[in-house]
Design a protein around this ligand. Structure first.
Ligand code: MRU
Length: 345
């Protein structure tokens, strides 16, 4: 299952519209970098790695359309494109990582003809997509031994194929365990307000024929206390050098509940989700989204008109609640402030 497809001949990016899943499977075609920026902002594409790859393709689409023979004008316009793409969503560091990677690749080839630089940018975006799938399979391979036969795993939000180029991070571990023949089950939090768990994770797992039970977010503690959950695995949007992890709102509460109930709590993420420039989670910017996501469900108002609303899309789980971080380079255990910096490429 792939949420994105770059059409080389048309120079467009096709994105599965994740706002409509699972009831409608429709694709949105992004013809300009502004289309890609809008698709990221509107969450047609979402999930940290998928946002990063889409950003890279967005820059490539924008670069291909720059019509100039002047290197100065080209890099000036490329800078504007990168800025627009960066201004879409603030929390997932993969977005900024992807933009920086493309920008640096272009700048390091600045003396080449512009047509060549355009090719280099596009090839880098294609490479990033290919690498991401390999990375997710590696995350699955490293995470699989942590999952025991017969376990039930709780997950939150969607860290599956839909959130990446393919295969998924947290769901990648679950898929690897399932594919290796382990009899496992998943409890999926619905993940209010955007319902990534109900709409995307439940759908994905059913497609893979992995037994899944959908629960409301506020039921997780109850099922942990009943002894029904053996471990929690979630994805990540940004991991600080000390292991503090930003992920979908509600992840922090789950981690505290997991500790209270002696349940291992794992984060599965690529190294590109680690922000090597920040020491702790205090510095992670948290996106606040529109109040309508809370006051309305599918366009129908459910809360009193004019009520005050807060809608942070992410929270930060302190490192002390995280049993281990599963990456493509292996499983990282505390002390994270010592072990995470070692992963810097
Ligand atoms: O707001 P979203 O849907 O982009 O948030 C996604 C998450 O929080 C995921 O858990 C995270 O990006 C990991 S995806 C592999």
């Amino acid at each position: 299952m792939k949420p994105l497809e770059f059409k080389k001949k048309e120079k467009t990016l096709k994105l599965i519209d994740q706002t409509k899943l699972p009831l409608e499977i429709t694709w949105v075609e992004c013809k300009t970098y502004e289309d890609v920026a809008k698709a990221i902002k509107d969450m047609i594409v979402r999930g940290a790695p998928a946002i990063g790859i889409s950003a890279a393709y967005g820059i490539a689409i924008g670069a291909l359309a720059i019509n100039t023979s002047s290197a100065n004008i080209f890099f000036n316009e490329l800078g504007i494109i990168c800025k627009t793409i960066k201004n879409t969503r603030p929390t997932a560091v993969n977005l900024f990582w992807a933009v920086e990677r493309i920008w640096e690749k272009a700048v390091s080839n600045k003396d080449k003809p512009i047509s060549k630089i355009k090719d280099i940018i596009l090839n880098e975006a294609i490479l990033m997509e290919q690498e991401d799938t390999t990375i997710n399979r590696e995350i699955g391979r490293h995470g699989n031994p942590l999952i025991m036969e017969g376990w039930t795993i709780l997950t939150h939000c969607n860290a599956g194929a839909l959130a990446t180029s393919d295969y998924g991070t947290a769901l990648g571990v679950i898929r690897a365990a399932h594919e290796s023949g382990k009899n496992i089950r998943v409890f999926a939090d619905e993940t209010r307000p955007y319902l990534q768990g109900a709409r995307l994770t439940a759908w994905e797992l059913m497609e893979y024929k992995i037994p899944v039970t959908l629960i409301c977010d506020n039921m997780a503690g109850h099922f942990m206390k009943e002894g029904l959950i053996n471990c929690v695995i979630v994805g990540a949007d940004r991991i600080a050098l000390n292991g503090d992890t930003a992920n979908k709102i509600g992840t922090y509460s789950l981690s505290v509940l997991a500790r209270e109930n002696n349940i291992p709590f794992y984060v599965a993420a690529p190294v590109s989700t680690i922000d090597f420039s920040i020491e702790s989670g205090d510095r992670i910017p948290i996106e606040e989204r529109e109040s309508e996501e809370i006051t309305h469900i599918k366009g129908i108002q459910i809360a009193p008109r004019g009520v005050m609303v807060r809608n942070p899309a992410f929270d930060v789980t302190p490192n002390r609640y995280i049993t281990a971080i599963i990456t493509e380079k292996g499983v990282i255990y505390p002390p994270y402030d010592v072990n995470l910096p070692r992963l810097k490429l």
